[in-house]
Design a binder for this molecule. Structure first.
Ligand code: BG6
Length: 299
């Protein structure tokens, strides 16, 4: 048994000898599926998600770069669309690397690498028009038996310095949002985008029972966020060099307002936990690089 692998002009798929799999769309380098050995899907993907490159994918793991949300007061990115252009560009598949131990099937892993640069043919034309910097992005997606990691390296290849934000907009799949508890954000300062006045730190665990849109900045950059369902730990999310964690669920009205969000009550089967560097800006001078990663471990 070996890692199996398939590729066409729109997506790349890899499967471990033990059955776990990951699928990445070249459009946005969006991870659209992550399954365990039993075939159970770990990510939520809208039934109405556009996978043809016509817009950003609603679900999976869209990549946010170089701006989180919109930044009307930030000169360099103020004309960019929400969440930037990485998720609306066509990436190049750079190749795979596998690590396999013939004596132990359970230690196999596969890494898929994707690239996007300012010179790439697949770059969203809006980017070239509105963000005139020379950059290179390498995105790596690593699957092991019990985890999925995504990591982005941003390099400034030009003379002009630029500012950027990075975020992995992970849509986790849950069975019933009413049974979900999030731990690891106790006493953590956050900005509440739904009701800015109400952002007092809280205890663990956090339950989701209404529209939720918060940017947390934990004191410890390495502390894990754990998502449990019906009392059972389900996902454990750790960060590498990413200071922030966004927690998002659109709930009834926002879900109703998104044409590509289906089924309309699908918000009950999803929860976005989004590690990123978004509360400030990474400033990259010529030749500088920034690297950030998340690992989601099945608990
Ligand atoms: C979240 C933001 O990360 O993404 C929300 O905090 C936003 O404010 C959500 O609504 C979805 O964004 P989009 O552009 O994919 O609809």
């Amino acid at each position: 048994a070996t890692v199996t692998f398939s590729e066409d002009n729109s997506r790349v798929r890899a499967e471990l000898p033990t059955g776990e799999s990951v699928e990445v769309l070249l459009h946005g380098a969006t991870v659209i599926s992550w399954k365990d050995a039993a075939g159970d899907e770990k990510l939520w993907l809208s039934d109405a998600a556009k996978l043809d490159g016509s817009k950003a994918v609603r679900g999976g793991i869209p990549l946010v770069f170089p701006v989180f949300g919109t930044a009307p007061d930030h000169e360099q990115t103020k004309t960019l669309p929400q969440h930037g252009f990485a998720r609306t560009s066509r990436w190049e598949f750079l190749g795979k690397s596998t690590s396999e131990d013939s004596f132990s099937l359970s230690s196999a892993s596969v890494k898929l690498d994707f690239g996007l640069s300012s010179a790439a043919a697949g770059l969203d034309p809006l980017a070239r028009e509105r963000w005139p910097y020379a950059f290179n992005l390498i995105y790596s997606v690593t699957l092991t038996r019990d985890s999925l990691s995504t990591g982005l390296v941003v390099t400034n290849d030009g003379e002009k310095p630029f500012d950027c934000q990075v975020l992995f907009h992970t849509y986790l799949r849950v069975k019933d949002i009413n049974e979900v508890a999030i731990a690891g954000l106790a006493s953590t300062p956050y900005v509440d985008k739904v009701s800015p006045a109400a952002s007092a730190p809280h205890d663990d665990p956090l339950a989701i029972a209404a529209e939720t849109d918060r940017v947390y900045t934990p004191a410890s950059a390495s502390a894990a966020v754990t998502v449990s369902e019906s009392g059972e730990p389900k996902f454990r999310i750790t960060r590498d060099n990413l200071s922030d964690v966004v927690v998002w669920n659109p709930w009834t009205d926002k879900a109703a307002g998104m044409a590509d969000f289906e089924p309309k009550d699908g918000f009950r089967q999803m929860l976005c936990i989004e590690p990123g560097s978004v509360s400030g800006w990474q400033v990259l001078e010529q030749g500088d690089a920034f690297e950030g990663a998340q690992t989601i471990t099945l608990a």
